[in-house]
Design a protein around this ligand. Structure first.
Ligand SMILES: [Zn+2]
Ligand SMILES: [Zn+2]
Length: 265
């Protein structure tokens, strides 16, 4: 009876306010989803990946291979993984989720992240979202990273600690900033209050955010968590900026290009 009522109510609501595509606003069947045209533009990130930062490689690599950038500078986190590439197409629905009150997008994003982060979730004791400064939270009313963390925690059965890590300093928006500028801006911007450190001691933390750009924000968070006693930190984001990357050591062996000989002969 109740189910019938709910579906009638949903039906009426759909007539008045039909569900809309997260990216382009076209009418869709289900709320919080993409239309077929926007769906095909989503680029999912798949193996082979840098074992550390998760940037995709163009060719097969040996297990544990890291990219040149990770070999040059050690990361405070162990592994970072992301579900999709951050590009023109995905930025539209990610920004709608972040700033446009499309919180219903979580139902589409969470399954993507569960798949991309399966091995990270399997090793995690605690999920910690990248926090917003309280003034920004006041304006936006919700923290998109916390929404993702709660959905993932519910699905994977892992506790979520949304207030463990705090943004102690307000930082300017980093839209077009380069790697160095980003690193300088977020350095020391995050902290774990002393009274919360017991909750963190010896725990393997999985840090959750919406977009991985240069890794400086999650890096600053990971450092704060490790300083406060976390055993290790992995990072799972919805999306990441994908730049062409080579494994440390440069070009792959010729065997990585099985078609080369064919092309030459
Ligand atoms: Zn669309
Ligand atoms: Zn890397």
């Amino acid at each position: 009876m109740r189910g019938t009522f709910a579906s009638i109510a949903r039906g009426l609501l759909d007539v008045v306010l039909p569900p809309r595509c997260l990216a382009c606003g076209a009418i869709t069947e289900e709320p919080g989803t993409l239309c077929a045209g926007c769906w095909v533009q989503v680029r999912f990130i798949a193996e082979p990946l840098c074992a550390s930062c998760g940037v995709p490689f163009e060719f097969e690599v040996g297990e544990g291979t890291v990219c040149g950038a990770c070999a040059a500078a050690s990361r405070p986190y162990v592994r970072a993984r992301a579900a999709i590439a951050y590009d023109d197409a995905s930025s539209r629905f990610i920004l709608a989720f972040k700033n446009g009150d499309r919180t219903d997008a979580v139902r589409t994003f969470a399954p993507w992240m569960l798949r991309a982060g399966a091995s990270l979730l399997a090793d995690a004791d605690l999920l910690v979202p990248v926090p917003l400064h309280w003034t920004r939270l006041f304006v936006r009313k919700y923290n998109q990273a916390a929404l993702l963390a709660h959905a993932l925690g519910r699905h994977a059965g892992i506790p979520v600690a949304p207030t463990l890590l705090i943004r102690s300093r307000r930082t300017r928006a980093l839209k077009h900033a380069g790697a160095q500028k980003r690193a300088d801006t977020v350095r020391g911007a995050f902290a774990v209050p002393a009274r919360r450190q017991r909750q963190l001691a010896g725990r393997r933390v999985l840090l959750i955010d919406d977009v991985y750009t240069t890794g400086s924000t999650v890096g600053a968070c990971a450092r704060a968590l490790l300083r406060a006693g976390a055993a290790s930190v992995d990072v799972l984001t919805l999306a990441r900026v994908v730049r062409p990357a080579l494994p440390a050591g440069g070009l792959p062996p010729p065997s990585a290009f099985p078609h080369t000989e064919e092309t030459l002969s």
